[in-house]
Design a protein around this ligand. Structure first.
Ligand code: ADP
Ligand code: MG
Length: 273
């Protein structure tokens, strides 16, 4: 990983390809993330979104090209909740405490570390839940616990893999509002910036992606990159998903419709007749 000093770029992908051994899963990716940005990545399952995030974090190395990160950049990762073992006997405060570099167990933490954890939990609306088992939380609370753990690292860039997968509409709103707050202003920023840069992946085109300031359509490589109104176009969507999609405008916002859904509805409704 090389360091760059250009102030307007936190992370810069230059012709990046990554592989797990059987040929590239992402190819020729050019991408720049600047401080304070809020970026969504959309694409079908298996298109390489998680691999792209791993390359951003440095946990997957490019086989071609380079990923440059600004000197001293702190990146924190919030994994997909589906990958978490919910039966692991661990409480909210213990999950957050595990973010510490020394990975101390909660009872052995200093009082000031405990109070820092309590402060982050309170900031995310989780005060009073610190001794609760993580399985006994709502989907939105679980997502915020892992967000709290990421925030303990005082990141400049927060990377989230499908933060709203499998959650209901209310929880999605809740998670998005917390993220918007952190993007606008986060506690304890070190670099004079007020907010944290955020990169997330999502399958939710209308409920999430269309609301973000910048969107990347991704399928093994960057298909389109820009404002949702410029990116959510039938041409780019078909190239990304391999299926025709229609885009309507509603209140100045793009709304993506899958073509063929009318036909499917007709077929299924005939059965009930
Ligand atoms: P997405 O997040 O868009 O669903 P992924 O980045 O998880 O896509 O996967 C991209 C491709 O890489 C898929 O074909 C997947 O099977 C493969 N892949 C992902 N992780 C691994 C791994 N650890 N080892 C081997 N192949 C992997
Ligand atoms: Mg994925």
């Amino acid at each position: 990983m090389t360091s760059v000093t250009a102030p307007r770029s936190m992370v810069c992908f230059d012709h990046v390809s990554c592989s797990y051994g059987n040929g590239p899963v992402i190819e020729n990716v050019d991408l720049t993330i600047a401080p304070g940005e809020f970026v969504g990545i959309v694409g079908p399952s298996g298109s390489g979104k998680t691999t792209l995030l791993r390359a951003m974090l440095g946990s997957v190395k490019p086989v071609h090209g380079s990923v440059m990160r600004s000197a001293g950049l702190r990146v924190a990762y919030v994994p997909q909740l589906e990958t978490v073992d919910w039966n692991f006997p661990v409480t909210v405060s213990e999950v957050v405490a595990m973010s510490r570099p020394q990975r101390s167990w909660w009872p052995r933490l200093h009082a000031d570390e405990k109070s820092e954890i309590e402060r982050v939990l309170e900031h995310l609306g989780l005060a009073g839940l610190s001794s609760r088992h993580i399985r006994e939380l709502s989907g939105g609370q679980q997502q915020r616990v892992f967000l709290a753990r990421a925030l303990m690292q005082k990141p400049d860039l927060l990377v989230l893999d499908e933060p709203t997968a499998g959650v209901d509409v209310r929880t999605r709103h809740e998670v998005l509002h917390v993220l918007a707050d952190l993007n606008e202003s986060a506690p304890d920023r070190r670099d004079g910036q007020s907010g944290i840069a955020i990169v997330l992946t999502t399958h939710d085109l209308n409920g999430l992606a269309a609301h973000l300031p910048r969107l990347i359509c991704f399928n093994r490589t960057v298909v389109a990159d820009g404002a949702p109104t410029d990116v959510l176009k039938p041409y780019f969507l078909e190239r990304t998903y391999g299926a025709p999609m229609e885009v309507l405008q509603h209140g100045g916002m793009p709304v993506v419709l899958e073509q063929g859904s009318d036909e499917l509805r007709l077929r299924l409704s005939r059965r009930g007749a």
